[in-house]
Design a binder for this molecule. Structure first.
Ligand code: PLP
Length: 358
């Protein structure tokens, strides 16, 4: 089946096959990688290769530290305020969908958060124009969500906010196209869409920002301590880290992010084309310039068709197309691991469904 789940999302088949082949006996050591100490030479090698491969894949400069942490993207949303904003300092947020709202909620106990732009009055169907943003004078950072997984809204360009460090949630679009990492203070992402299985998050942080005092916090919430401890302050999620490492190797072998950028552009263009050419049978309500390449929410013209659409799609091997409960309708998540054949099959199914139920 082709799995269009928004996350945990589909993993590349060769990665699952390799994990299966190595599950009981990793590289002949006589034990599974999940049974080995995170401080042993075997796992240390897995961890080091994963970091090196992601650095290569995303062209991450040396003055950025990388962390592989637990807690998901949501925990990082809270930790950024604790680590990078002093008590009472203002932080700026661009809220362009559900996850931007979540990010804001996570920092409100700690800092004065200014909503510099809010797409909610427009139903999160567009990103408010740059001229309308109300930026603070001395913000500790500006946070935005590069791709809104539920609303299907994606920034086409990195926001230009001068010298204010940019902190961005790339959970659902990381490593989907080339990115100038040097433009960011912090990039974070839960792995479970483009990078691997749920249970590990990647945090890429400009080292200079780690010198900020931030707020009083326990060591386990302190990015400096995690950097010093090489993401092994406590027992790390070794299985998830290992699987993510296999995904990085697969992506490099497939041609890297430049190749995935092309595939992703073709995949999303095909789906939007089917939707836009359906004469209103299907509709996507997001402004064309900010439509997501990763998550394509769409509605059928008559809600009564939702059930048959999902049932017939499932029978055709096209699964997890039900939209998020906040929006209803359908959503096709088409991350790096979704092959082009999967999207072509969905496009053909949508056209066929329209003909039969039109
Ligand atoms: N941010 C974005 C853009 C997401 O899509 C998600 C999850 O779907 C999250 C944050 C929350 O991630 P987690 O469940 O890893 O905390």
């Amino acid at each position: 089946a082709f799995n269009f789940s928004a996350g945990p999302a589909t993993l590349p088949e060769p990665v699952l096959q390799q994990a299966q082949a190595e599950l009981l006996d990793w590289h002949g050591v006589g034990a599974s990688i999940v049974e080995l100490s995170h401080r042993g030479p075997e796992f240390m090698q897995v961890a080091a290769e994963a970091e090196a491969d992601l650095r290569t894949l995303m062209a991450i400069p040396d003055d950025y530290a990388m962390l592989f942490l637990q807690g998901g993207a949501t925990a990082q949303q809270a930790l950024i305020a604790l680590n990078f904003a002093a008590p009472g300092q203002t932080v700026d947020y661009l809220v362009t969908g559900h996850w931007g709202k979540t990010a804001l909620k996570q920092v409100q106990p700690y800092v004065a958060a200014n909503v510099a732009a809010n797409g909610e009055p427009g139903g999160f169907r567009d990103i408010p124009a740059r001229e309308s943003w109300k930026l603070s004078q001395d913000a500790a950072y500006l946070h935005y969500t590069a791709n809104e997984t539920i609303h299907g809204v994606e920034f086409g360009e990195i926001p230009d906010v001068g010298d204010v460090p940019l902190i961005a949630d790339f959970s659902s679009s990381i490593a989907s196209e080339p990115l100038d990492v040097s433009k960011f203070g912090v990039i974070y992402a839960g792995a479970q869409k483009n990078l691997g299985p749920v249970g590990v998050s990647v945090v890429i942080v400009r080292r200079e920002l780690l010198e900020r005092a931030g707020q009083p916090r326990a060591e386990i919430f302190d990015y400096r301590a995690h950097v010093k401890g090489e993401s092994m302050l406590n027992t790390p999620p070794t299985w998830n880290w290992y699987l993510a490492g296999l995904v990085f190797k697969w992506m490099l072998a497939e041609g890297g992010v430049a190749e995935f950028a092309q595939r992703n552009a073709r995949k999303s263009a095909l789906l939007y084309q089917v939707i836009d050419n359906s004469g209103g049978y299907y509709r996507n309500e997001v402004a064309a310039a900010v439509r997501s390449r990763m998550n394509v929410p769409f509605f059928l013209h008559d809600e009564a068709l939702d059930k048959p659409f999902l049932a017939e799609a499932q029978a055709a091997g096209l699964i997890s197309l039900k939209g998020h409960r906040a929006l209803g309708g359908m959503r096709a998540s088409i991350y790096n691991a979704m092959p082009e054949e999967g999207v072509q099959a969905l496009a053909a199914f949508m056209r066929d469904f329209q003909q039969r139920h039109g």
